[in-house]
Design a protein around this ligand. Structure first.
Ligand SMILES: [Zn+2]
Length: 409
């Protein structure tokens, strides 16, 4: 008997079935509810293959039948969708001074969530240990709801070696070479995926948010700095070593202000909330009148971006000027991205989403004035579906994505 040939044949069949399972799950994710016949038409898989795989997925709790009715092709049958209770994923965001966590169902809807402030002074091992305690809490919640955790996704604020699950460098925490996956896998017996926070958020928008089904888009989020995630052809663009997407450090003025990365005039040094607050602080110290002073209760050292937004909404001239300036610089950077990537959509997340009413009109005008005509014609600008939770949704989405791409045989 030729064992090697037989082995290969069996392996091929298993692989084909896995790929077909992934295709069916993806089809349901994008188009549910669907009948078996519709899945067959959309995926071009034959009816018996679809029926067999769907039975398996229903048995495993990944897919459920919801109602008996005529489908869009006029044929009667049970409609199917991804089962929210089938399994769950744990999404974690390690921030500069907090850990945020979510237990998400199979459709990335939150079952349970928590956010805890952590002083970075406690040091990196204790910080990760604390994140582990919160994961433990999430596991307990999963047990209570009878849901099966499939894995843990972790978004971190820095450069990530995705294959190794290592945080290579986190500039705002000053952490280097932290083996996050290894540390968590010692404690939890399940897959752990580590990703840059903005990349995770971009994937969250792609799988479950405003960029669902959009193959080419750029996600932008400003909180401490300006992070970005670039999705091209339906895939996160990682570059050679996985460090792509650091668009906050696109240089716009070599003689500009010094940036956290040590260079000058980076895009984030014009638009990050921290810089806006600092600029306003300087102006108010000079005695300029502004509602922001009252909102900050005269404590100029603690002006927040949200206070600036609030003052702008009340027509405060200083706040409006500051946000319009941010919007113009955002528009200039976005015009560059439009010329380079010709994206269909730009998604604004984090603090940018909270200020979107003021920002978007100015961004649109600036992009119109600065991007090439053809790529800007079809461009849409939208705000994140998840705002400050985009990273944890995305981290959970990474786990679900692995299951959608590599489902059980
Ligand atoms: Zn920089």
């Amino acid at each position: 008997m030729d064992k090697s040939t037989n082995g290969r044949k069996t392996g091929d069949q298993a692989l084909v079935r896995r790929l077909n399972t992934a295709i069916i799950l993806d089809c349901l994710r994008l188009n549910a509810p669907l009948s078996r016949a519709e899945i067959s038409t959309k995926t071009r898989l034959n009816r018996s293959t679809v029926s067999s795989i769907v039975s398996h997925l229903i048995h495993d709790g990944f897919v459920r039948e919801i109602e008996f009715q005529k489908d869009r092709l006029g044929r009667p049958g049970m409609l199917l969708e991804l089962s929210p209770d089938g399994a769950c994923a744990i999404g974690v965001e390690i921030g500069v001074d907090f850990v945020s966590i979510m237990l998400a169902d199979f459709a990335a809807q939150p079952i349970w969530r928590k956010r805890v402030a952590i002083d970075p002074q406690i040091g990196q091992p204790a910080f990760i240990e604390r994140a582990g305690d919160l994961i433990q809490d999430a596991m307990r919640q999963a047990k209570k709801t009878g849901s099966r955790p499939l894995g843990i996704g972790v978004g971190v604020p820095g450069l990530v070696d995705v294959l190794e699950g290592e945080l290579v460098f986190a500039p705002n925490l000053k952490w280097m070479h932290v083996p996050v996956r290894q540390m968590l896998m010692k404690r939890f017996d399940m897959p752990v995926f580590v990703e840059n926070d903005a990349n995770a958020a971009a994937l969250g928008e792609y799988y479950f948010g405003v960029a669902r089904g959009v193959a080419d888009f750029v996600y932008l989020s400003a909180d401490v700095g300006l992070g970005g995630g670039i999705v091209l052809g339906g895939k996160l663009f990682r570059g050679k070593n996985g460090y792509a997407g650091e668009i906050g450090h696109m240089m716009l003025d070599p003689n500009g202000a010094e940036c956290g990365c040590g260079r000058r005039g980076c895009w984030e040094s014009f638009v990050s909330p921290r810089v806006v607050a600092r600029n306003i602080q300087t102006m108010l110290r000079n005695g300029t009148a502004s509602l922001i002073r009252d909102l900050a209760k005269d404590d100029l050292n603690n002006i927040t971006f949200d206070q600036v937004i609030q003052a702008a909404q009340a027509d405060d001239a200083i706040a409006l000027d500051a946000l319009q300036d941010v919007a113009r610089w955002l528009g200039i950077g976005i015009a560059n991205l439009v010329n380079i990537f010709n994206p269909e959509l730009i998604v604004l997340g984090g603090a940018l989403a909270r200020a979107s009413k003021i920002l978007i009109p100015v961004i649109e005008t600036t992009v119109r004035e600065n991007a090439l005509g053809q790529p800007r014609e079809t461009l849409q600008i939208a705000i994140s579906a998840y705002s400050s939770e985009a990273c944890i949704v995305g981290a959970a989405a990474i786990v679900l994505d692995e299951i959608l791409r590599y489902p059980f045989p």
